[in-house]
Design a protein around this ligand. Structure first.
Ligand SMILES: O=C(O)CCC(=O)C(=O)O
Length: 385
């Protein structure tokens, strides 16, 4: 048991990098992390640690809290975020390799889902709209999706109602970006989920992923002016998996001063990654400017109803640098079922826990979207590990 505890125990240690609040950051974005390729040295160190832990176990021969350890083990194998954090921080395995291992473990946990989704994606009707592989994004219009116009009206109504409600405190992670939706809206306004699960939209995402996705998040974001440029206001790559699709629908006209989403296409982003020594952190404008013209970035401005479908993992992006006014955006976020980091969303989590998840008369392949929600769709990692 000591051996097992040694492997599972990833409470902050002296030599472990800590996040700004003094705890280990499971998302890894702000922490120092081992980079580069895994070398024989890494494997040797890993082997040494396992042998040392086993030796300690033999010497101490203690059996502390077996139940807690087993619970913790089950927690860890259910969570890609935790597996990755352990591989990176406990075993010092380079981030890139840790991500690969985590992905394999996630698939190994539910291979039937993996194959079913793979085949189902082949059966999806060919979409008229598609996200090109080379660019990783598509700009289109709400007129192309049957439920989108109704969603626009609903979003305007909700925003009008809630704009004056007390906003999140200044200690919130992103005081400049507030989600106006709550979980009751998903029942009160079924068009929100009807749009999110629209067959043409799912086919489009499935063709891009090569697998039937899950809905990771649904939100109505209001971005407001802020003095600083922090967090997602800086250029970055999301890290849920190797691909993701975020749908941003402009609920009101967006101009450059309203903090539009700004992103490089996937090919350019790849060049940026190569030229920078990319270490999974946010990138300042200054760093980008040294290696790439910022002017080549795409800016999601436009009229109400403009839709941007952007792979935020492959496309380097930032947003919400509001200089004046505000920006109102409806967001849908899709990830592969076996994403490295399982997504979490307060709205979906609460809604799914209250409702039967086979909501509405969903055709067969769409049920996959909300399948097994509590385990994989929206699991939240513990605050302090
Ligand atoms: O505010 C935005 O438009 C960008 C948000 C973003 O990049 C993110 O949440 O990862």
């Amino acid at each position: 048991m000591f051996f097992l505890r040694h492997i599972l125990d990833i409470k902050p240690l002296d030599r472990q990098p800590l996040g700004a609040d003094g705890t280990l950051d499971p998302r890894g974005s702000k922490t120092q992390i081992p980079l580069g390729r895994v070398s024989w040295h890494n494997y040797a160190v890993l082997l040494f640690r396992i042998i040392r832990a086993y030796k300690n176990y033999l010497v101490n021969n203690s059996m502390p809290h077996a139940k807690i350890l087993i619970q913790r083990f089950i927690e860890i194998i259910h969570s890609g975020r935790e597996i990755e954090a352990i591989l990176v921080h406990r075993f010092q395995i380079p981030k890139r390799t840790s991500r690969r291992i985590t992905k394999i473990l996630r698939i190994a946990r539910s291979p039937v889902q993996y194959l079913t989704r793979l085949f189902a994606a082949q059966l999806c009707k060919p979409a008229t709209l598609y996200i090109p592989n080379s660019t990783g994004f598509l700009i289109t219009d709400s007129a192309n999706f049957s439920h989108a116009p109704k969603v626009l009206t609903t979003c305007s109504t909700i925003a009008k109602e809630r704009v004056n409600e007390s906003s999140s405190s200044s200690s919130a992670p992103k005081p400049f970006l507030r989600n106006l939706l709550n979980q009751n809206d998903l029942s009160d306004y079924p068009e929100l989920l009807r749009f999110a699960l629209d067959e043409s939209l799912i086919s489009l995402v499935a063709k891009y992923f090569g697998t039937i996705p899950i809905l990771a998040d649904i939100a109505l974001y209001r971005s407001s002016p802020s003095l600083s440029t922090t967090s997602s206001q800086m250029f970055h790559f999301d890290q849920e998996d190797y691909r993701t699709v975020q749908l941003f629908m402009l609920v009101e006209d967006v101009y450059p001063e309203n903090g539009p989403l700004t992103f490089f296409d996937a090919d350019e982003s790849q060049q940026i990654k190569k030229k920078l020594v990319y270490n999974y952190t946010r990138i300042s404008d200054h760093e980008i400017k040294k290696i790439h013209p910022i002017s080549s970035a795409h800016i999601l401005t436009g009229e109400r109803g403009t839709i941007g479908l952007v792979d935020a993992v492959r496309c380097c992006h930032m947003g919400s640098r509001v200089k004046s006014g505000y920006r109102l955006t409806f967001l849908l976020h899709y990830v592969p079922y076996h994403s490295i980091k399982e997504p979490y969303s307060n709205n979906l989590e609460m809604w799914l826990s209250q409702k039967h998840y086979r909501f509405m008369d969903l055709p067969k392949n769409r049920i996959y979207l909300l399948d097994r929600p509590s385990k994989t769709l929206v699991r939240r990692p513990p605050r302090n590990i």
